[in-house]
Structure formats: structure tokens, C-alpha cells
Design a protein around this ligand. Sequence first.
Ligand code: TMP
Length: 212
Amino acid sequence: MKGGRFITIEGGEGAGKSTQAGRLARSLERRGVPSTVTREPGGTVEAERIRALLLGPGASRWEPETEVLLYFAGRVENLTKTVKPALADGRTVICDRFADSTLAYQGYGAGAPLELIRSIGEAALGGFQPDLTLILDLDPETGLERTRTRSAFQDRYERQLLDFHRRVRNGFLEIAASEPSRCAVIDAARDEDRVAEEVLAAVLRRLDEASG
Ligand code: TMP
């Protein structure tokens, strides 16, 4: 597999995205593919400050549309300062959440109009899209339970109603169904090693197909 690909990992709370992002990067490195991991909101000093506004202790209650703008503001920073330079260096970039999270959480979950999110995304990112998106799919009850045992601290999304998280999950699955050539859905209910194997297999399969 050649380097310089942009892979995003998406999914609900407790699906294991961050763990899988790190494992995927190490597996690719072992195969000689230089890899960089970043996350959203975050990925640069500036975007981490936006993350704190959205998710930190004492975060304000933003309108869903305001959140959309803040998430895309951080995304422009991450894309410009972290993702694009790494891709230009021939590195594969693995991003823990990206624009599909805004559609799923602020759109399907919180009710901001999907068309508004898509047009803000288009204006902010100029049509920039991941080469591959892995959606770690998990029943929200299991996911929220996992995050409770992981840490006493829960950001405010994790405290929201289960219904919200069900809409988010459904949103991710609708996105995957509407863009099957970009997205692969991975069953995240299985143990970490099995999920890691499937993540790597999906990456090698899809990106080899794309290059070949
Ligand atoms: P994480 O650290 O588990 O990825 O969580 C970040 C939180 O931010 C998670 O609850 C989802 C939320 N989020 C959105 O609501 N919209 C977005 O666009 C992104 C990137 C994250």
C-alpha cells in the first residue's frame, strides 16, 4: 500500500476509536507505511482550544448550528496545519473523528439541518474527503457502559439521553449506506484484537483496490 492516504475513524461513544486509531498506525508502520494519528476536535494547539470550548469542564451550551461552526473551525485548523502537511510528506493520516461526526451528532443527533452542515462543510473544506472512513458500530447502551467504566469524567454528550445516541448511530449507518465506496462499517462489539484485525483488513483491502 502506498502512503499519503487520509483515513478517518468514526463511531459513537465507547466504540474504541482512539485505541483502534493507535493500533492501526502501529500496524501500518510495521508494514513500512509512515502514519500520523490526529483527532477532532483537536489535532493542533488552536483546535485543542476549540475542543475545550466545546467539551471541556464548564463548556457552554451552544446552539447546534454554533457547534457546527466551531467543529468546522477546528477542522480547518487540523486539516491545514496537521493533515495536509503530513499527506504532502507521503504519510498516511488516521483521524479520530472528522466531518461525519458533525453530521451524525449535530445533524442526526441534535437536529441541525443536514443540508446546512453539508454546505458549511463544503465551504470550509473545499470538498476535501477521506480516502476511507471506518465506522465502528456499537449499540449505544454498550458504548455508554464502556465509557462509564473507563473514567469517572463524562463529557456532556455522554450524559445526554440514549435516544440522542441512537440517532447518532443511525446517522453514521445512513452515511455509510449512502457512500459505500468511502465507508466501511466494522462491528465494534467484538474484542479489541478482532476489531483491530478487521480494521487493518479493511484498510489494506480498500486502499489497495483504490491504488490498483
Ligand atoms: P471523543 O474524544 O470520544 O472523540 O469525543 C469527542 C466528542 O465530541 C464526542 O462526544 C463527539 C463530539 N463531536 C461532535 O459532536 N461533533 C463533531 O464534529 C466531533 C468531531 C465530535
